[in-house]
Design a protein around this ligand. Structure first.
Ligand SMILES: [Zn+2]
Length: 246
């Protein structure tokens, strides 16, 4: 049975039998790994800290076919301050769940892993706006994964949408996959100029780049798109890469 050692974060956990726990891990080199952690809920278990969401460290795994069991976990970061603030914890849980929907088994995704660590660090250790962090996270992640909504060309007819185009001439359509001319998607949602301007600025920005004042509508729009993509059976991918330094 091959043994692997990899950096990993716990995305999910579910209790199993009396003392065991099934963990969903995300490794930058191996993608998603479901691993049984035997005895981890015993009060004396050495690996106890590895049994909680957000736990990040060096995992030792014994792999057999598509099953893995956790044989060791050297915790390096637990993001503990998240547990002291309900809003931060809720936002961080959203980020973990979004990663759990995107990460695939046996598929390396170091760009997403780095982004996840940096977002959790900011949620845990800074007072940056949580909604803005979530919006930036979703935007960078959707670009990296190739599921970003189109904002510079009409998602239906492909016509360019220059920056100066007033929002009144545009609509947002989830099924079309982005912003459309009003004639192409008259049934779409209206969008505000400030929301579009923030999205245009954020599109090529890294996590630390300055942006115009945050508009909550941007987070709501990105969230609806992400949930549209990830809630459906198919996840449309357009060969994305993490071109923006996460
Ligand atoms: Zn159009």
């Amino acid at each position: 049975m091959p043994e692997i050692e990899t950096t990993a974060i716990v995305l999910r956990r579910s209790d199993y039998r009396d003392w065991d726990r099934m963990l969903t891990l995300f490794s930058p080199e191996h993608g998603k790994i479901d691993a049984m952690a035997r005895g981890i809920r015993r009060p004396t278990a050495r690996m106890r800290a590895a049994g909680e969401p957000f736990a990040t460290g060096l995992a030792s795994l014994t792999v057999s076919g598509d099953r893995a069991s956790l044989s060791g976990f050297d915790l390096t970061e637990g993001f503990y301050p998240l547990r002291e603030n309900y809003d931060r914890l809720t936002q961080a849980a959203y980020v973990l769940n979004a990663c759990a929907k995107v990460v695939q088994p046996l598929t390396p995704d170091p760009g997403l892993f780095a982004l996840l660590q940096r977002i959790l660090g900011r949620l845990a250790y800074t007072d940056q706006s949580g909604e803005e962090l979530l919006a930036r996270f979703l935007f960078i992640m959707m670009q990296g994964e190739g599921i970003v909504p189109s904002i510079r060309i009409c998602a239906r007819c492909g016509r360019d949408i220059p920056d100066e185009t007033p929002a009144a001439e545009l609509r947002v359509s989830i099924p079309e996959g982005g912003v459309c001319c009003v004639n192409c998607a008259p049934y779409g949602r209206k969008v505000r100029d400030q929301t579009l301007n923030w999205l245009r600025s954020a599109e090529r920005a890294g996590l630390d780049d300055a942006l115009p004042e945050f508009v909550p509508g941007a987070w709501e729009m990105l969230k609806v798109f992400f949930e549209g993509y990830s809630g459906g059976v198919r996840m449309r991918r357009r060969g994305g890469t993490y071109t923006v330094r996460p």
